[in-house]
Design a protein around this ligand. Structure first.
Ligand code: AMP
Length: 279
């Protein structure tokens, strides 16, 4: 497996594989891999002949009070894990090369980025779309895999690719969970043992809502009450948002139906966790 740090070397690598007719599959990440990341990489190796994974804790998608500085990082461990699932290349750029002095071009998908995480993290998705487009331009993949765990991010990337005619196929991957149901996340490492127990309330609340929905309860109001009650009765938690609405337009709905999504962001102690279920 190759580790590439410079943008020009990454471009050359992709160009030479494209010229040999190889299909390049790409997984953008912020590193500190867990089984969710590894599942995306395995999916990528089914989709392409060569798999590139980027590791970049992107400063422009973090707000000034967020966890950019303390976001977990461990490159050696990530290299071992990625090579164990057959990744061909890790692209690990420097922030100073990605954002040189004077950088000032941004990509925005304002409609889809307005609510949910976009409301609580102003500027977050502008940072995400900008860096993903830059990575697409550098890595030049044929296909890229994104997790449904970051559901709003996935919808925004799909829209950006459609609206800007970016020649990359976006492949969603289902949420990978711990055995008890907690969605895997690099941020789970922030949780104390007690908070880890509380963190399960996101999954529990979403599963309860899904069960009620499948039993015929479609009113967003009724489902919201159930979800919020489960979370409020769990220690160390504070709801950031509870969204019930269209999985396509990300606008709220009074009655849920096929294609609706329930998405949650919950503070557990000082850690903000997200999870969702598609109905
Ligand atoms: P991150 O490193 O957290 O930016 O995530 C990189 C990619 O992995 C994104 O496409 C995420 O949606 C995806 N991802 C992260 N956690 C999970 C998970 N538990 N299940 C599926 N995909 C995930």
């Amino acid at each position: 497996m190759e580790l590439i740090r410079s943008i020009s070397k990454m471009r050359d690598w992709s160009k030479s594989h494209r010229e040999r007719g190889r299909k390049i599959a790409f997984v953008p990440t912020m590193g500190y891999f867990h089984d969710g990341h590894l599942a995306l990489m395995k999916r990528a190796s089914e989709l392409g002949d060569k798999v590139v994974v980027s590791i970049f804790v992107n400063p422009t998608q973090f707000g000034p009070t967020e966890d950019f500085a303390r976001y977990p990082r461990n490159l050696d461990r990530d290299i071992d894990l990625a090579s164990s699932v057959g990744v061909d290349c890790i692209f690990y750029p420097e922030a100073s090369e990605m954002y040189p002095e004077g950088f000032d071009t941004w990509v925005e998908v304002p409609g889809l980025a307005k609510g949910l995480c976009g409301a609580s993290r102003p500027g977050h998705f502008r940072g995400v779309t900008t860096v993903v487009l830059k990575l697409f331009n550098i890595v030049a993949p044929h296909v890229a895999v994104f997790g449904q765990k970051d559901y709003q991010q996935l919808k925004i990337i799909q829209k950006m690719v459609r609206d800007l005619n970016i020649p990359v196929e976006i492949v969603p991957h289902p949420i990978v969970r711990e055995p008890d149901g907690l969605a895997m996340s690099s941020r789970n490492t922030y949780l104390s043992a007690e908070e880890r127990k509380s963190a399960l309330c996101l999954y529990k609340a979403l599963m309860r809502a899904k069960e009620l929905y499948e039993g015929g309860v479609t009113s967003a109001k009724g489902l919201r009450q159930e979800v919020e009650e489960i979370i409020r009765s769990t220690p160390h938690t504070r709801i950031d948002y509870c969204f019930l609405g269209s999985g396509e337009t990300l606008t709220e709905e009074e009655e849920l139906g096929p294609g609706s999504v329930i998405a949650l962001a919950v503070w557990v102690g000082k850690t903000r966790l997200i999870d969702n279920v598609l109905l």
